[in-house]
Design a protein around this ligand. Structure first.
Ligand code: ZN
Length: 240
């Protein structure tokens, strides 16, 4: 959009920070919209100074937080799966069709666009599910360990001590970093594109230097990963 003055600003609400796209236009009142993809847009009268907009946004911060919370519950919503032929499953951001076949040795492999699952009785859903979860868990641990080791080198050079890393399969969050520097990575990440996986790993590694989501944290993250916001947005659309 040419000719429209716009700016991206950050507002704080408790420990949270929101990025808001502010757009100035010929209008009488300021309006704030929170979109289902968690984008926040403020349309503001042409005459408003940035400080005024900032103040108005801070006043509405709790409302913005509620909107975000509402939409957030629909992000990365886990799909109900039956582990039967024809179903779609994700790996590294790509879709694969599940194909089950009867065979003595239980195993899962990727063949072209298919997840081929072999087991003695494909109708035993619980067995099929366990087999598939094992496959994901094994591949996730292997991949996450390698990616983390790779990015960790740069952080060690910045003086960071090697963190303890745990892998868990959870629904709520992609990763976390505790106050004493332990990192948790969600094995479901392996269903996301690799550039999103890297974003989560680097985000958590940045917490080893800046524990809070404050300005310093985002400066560091932005320096290491200038396009982190794009990666985060893509990650929010990942189906697990
Ligand atoms: Zn964080």
């Amino acid at each position: 959009m040419t000719g429209v003055k716009s700016e991206k600003i950050k507002i704080s609400f408790g420990r949270r920070q929101f990025a808001v796209d502010v757009m100035w236009s010929e209008r009488k009142r300021l309006s704030i919209t929170v979109y289902p993809d968690l984008k926040i847009v403020a349309k503001t009268p042409a005459g408003y100074e940035l400080e005024v907009v900032q103040q108005r946004l801070v006043k509405r911060a709790s409302w913005i937080a509620r909107q975000l919370d509402f939409f957030e519950q629909f992000q990365s919503f886990p799909m109900e799966r039956k582990f039967v032929s024809g179903e779609t499953h994700y790996y590294l951001g790509r879709q694969y069709r599940l194909r089950t076949r009867r065979g003595d040795t239980p195993r899962v492999r990727l063949l072209g666009r298919f997840f081929e699952m072999q087991l003695p009785d494909p109708n035993k859903r619980e067995k099929a599910k366990a087999l598939m979860l094992d496959w994901y868990s094994e591949h996730a641990r292997d991949l996450l360990t390698r990616r983390l080791a790779y990015y960790l080198q740069a952080f060690v050079r910045m003086g960071v001590t090697e963190p303890q890393v745990r892998y868990r399969r959870i629904k709520k969050r992609w990763g976390s970093c505790s106050g004493n520097g332990n990192i948790m990575l969600n094995t479901e990440l392996v269903k996301a594109p690799i550039h999103c996986i890297d974003y989560v790993i680097i985000h958590e590694l940045c917490h080893l230097i800046c524990p809070q989501h404050d300005r310093k944290f985002y400066q560091l993250l932005g320096r290491i990963l200038p396009d982190w916001e794009k990666r985060k947005q893509r990650l929010e659309k990942v189906i697990i």
